[in-house]
Design a protein around this ligand. Structure first.
Ligand code: IDP
Ligand code: MG
Length: 165
């Protein structure tokens, strides 16, 4: 069955110039990229993304890490879509702890554990369908995806927008 998954190249992945390497590894899956962008992660977005970790002792460090305090203040966000996308991406990504991740997985090849105890594991990948849905809806608006993977509706907003001059 086709499904979709959120991939983030985390600030350490960008700082280490691993974007090309990571995307090349992920292209082994033959999945389609249906959205991508560079994001400066706000505190609100970081807290929401890692809400399930809020009771962990390393939570504050984790929030600083994903916001780019230790590397570059940016993350590359992508949505991959296709047959069994969630599992295929997670497989190449590798386990959470970079020291336990399979050596040839992306995290195994490029991740490290910092002296502050955070797993800097260079990328994020959703682990199941409900997590993928929550995360994709958090990081992207419907119009940023080239296919409608979840139902949408139209509402009229009267907000001020910044446009090119
Ligand atoms: P995942 O990213 O493999 O899905 P989660 O358990 O969702 O793993 O944890 C989110 C992120 O928090 C991890 O990618 C890693 O950066 C960090 N993390 C998770 N567990 C630990 C830990 O035990 N020590 C330090 N950092 C951790
Ligand atoms: Mg997770």
């Amino acid at each position: 069955m086709a499904n979709q998954t959120l991939v983030l190249i985390k600030p350490d992945g960008l700082k280490k110039s691993l974007t090309g390497n990571i995307l090349t590894r992920l292209s082994e899956t033959k999945l389609d990229i249906i959205a991508s962008k560079i994001v400066q992660v706000s505190r609100e977005l970081a807290l929401e993304h890692y809400q399930h970790m809020k009771d962990k002792p390393f939570f504050d460090e984790l929030i600083k890490y994903i916001m780019g305090h230790y590397h570059k203040k940016k993350v590359m966000a992508l949505v991959y879509w296709g047959e069994d996308a969630i599992n295929k991406v997670r497989q190449i990504c590798g386990s959470t702890n970079p020291e336990e991740a399979e050596t040839i997985s992306i995290r195994g090849q490029y991740g490290r554990i910092t002296t502050k105890g955070v797993y800097e594991n260079v990328m994020h990948a959703s682990t199941n369908e409900s997590e993928a849905e929550r995360e994709i809806k958090l990081w992207f608006n419907p119009d940023e995806l080239i296919i409608d993977v979840y139902p949408t509706k139209k509402i009229k907003l009267s907000k001020t927008e910044r446009v090119w001059t």
